[in-house]
Design a protein around this ligand. Sequence first.
Ligand SMILES: O=c1ccn([C@@H]2O[C@H](COP(=O)(O)OP(=O)(O)O[C@H]3O[C@H](CO)[C@@H](O)[C@H](O)[C@H]3O)[C@@H](O)[C@H]2O)c(=O)[nH]1
Ligand SMILES: O=C(O)[C@H](O)COP(=O)(O)O
Length: 335
Amino acid sequence: MAMSLDNCEDRQVHDRALNWFHSRSSSWQDWPLPRLLEYKIRQDSRISLVIPARDEAATIFDIVAGLRAALMKDAPLLDELVVIDSNSSDATATHAERAGATVYRASEILPEQGDYHGKGEALWKSLFVTSGDLLVFVDADLTEWGPHFVTGLLGPLLTSPATMLVRAAYTRIRTGSDGSTSPDGGRVTELLARPLLSLHWPELTGVVQPLAGEWAVRRGLMESLSIPVGYGVELSTLVDTHCLHGLDSIAQVHLGARAHRHRSDRDLALTAAELLNVAQSRRTPSDAASGVAELRQFLPDGDWVRPHTRPVPTYERPPAAGISGAAPASDRRSE
Ligand SMILES: O=c1ccn([C@@H]2O[C@H](COP(=O)(O)OP(=O)(O)O[C@H]3O[C@H](CO)[C@@H](O)[C@H](O)[C@H]3O)[C@@H](O)[C@H]2O)c(=O)[nH]1
Ligand SMILES: O=C(O)[C@H](O)COP(=O)(O)O
């Protein structure tokens, strides 16, 4: 009897995921710019676009210039476009500034709170230098993208007060070393994120790109969440939003195709370790690593291998709303 009850509950969870997929997915074409402008004006919403960037001199100029032209100059959708330079060692900051972004170096924001390296840290720090009620995040290494990424992501947030988090969905383009392309990118997504969600959070399996670096969120939600400093930020915000506010607070928008610079399998293994730790911290907090964790890898060395150890970032920033003495920028709007 217990067996059939469990099966029945499992079925309901999977049905919920599919229902969510059908009811909370839309396409960027559903959100035309004039309609979004109307909603923005009517609600007096302020919108910040944030681009976290570490060593993205090759792509940052085109992304900033393209988004500024389409969504700030031609149409006043964005109130600010901020690049958080995640301690780059190349000319990312200079290129971003030349393209018209407001640039902050992550380590220089709230220095009294310390300095961690990573994408999550850049997003967390952005909360203290931006003032939008709505925040849109876009990666800085995109090679196939368009302003419709931003308009699409804003659609459900601007038009429905119950929506708190919007994730990009797209076809992931994989570019081979010979320049050939195929629609099967997203190695960590396929090998780790999707299986993790299926096993531990099956209600979230309708999310097509759980690790998408392009997403939009209400400031109030973002400031209430604990933020892993590294690559775990997409998984944590998805799982935590579901847990705190329910599945229907999340929506996804299909944005067409998206291509980016690929990292090596070995580098992605480090991302995978971070994601596993985020999952563990949400499942069994006492078993999650805190402080220093290490990933052991073996690098080819002659006809054998040599051990190589890399630190796995496991630290999480506390909710920005609770940082005393450093009110997030939204609170300073009226100053
Ligand atoms: O220390 C860092 C590392 C990266 N980035 C920026 O973050 C974005 C995404 O980084 P990337 O190395 O391109 O990530 P991917 O390997 O593509 O990882 C994918 O999956 C990650 C979650 O697992 C997400 O965080 C990414 O957005 C998503 O693109 C880019 O703009 C980077 O410049 C930083 O700002 N600081
Ligand atoms: O989301 C992912 O899995 C990572 O961004 C890696 O994507 P890639 O395999 O297309 O480079």
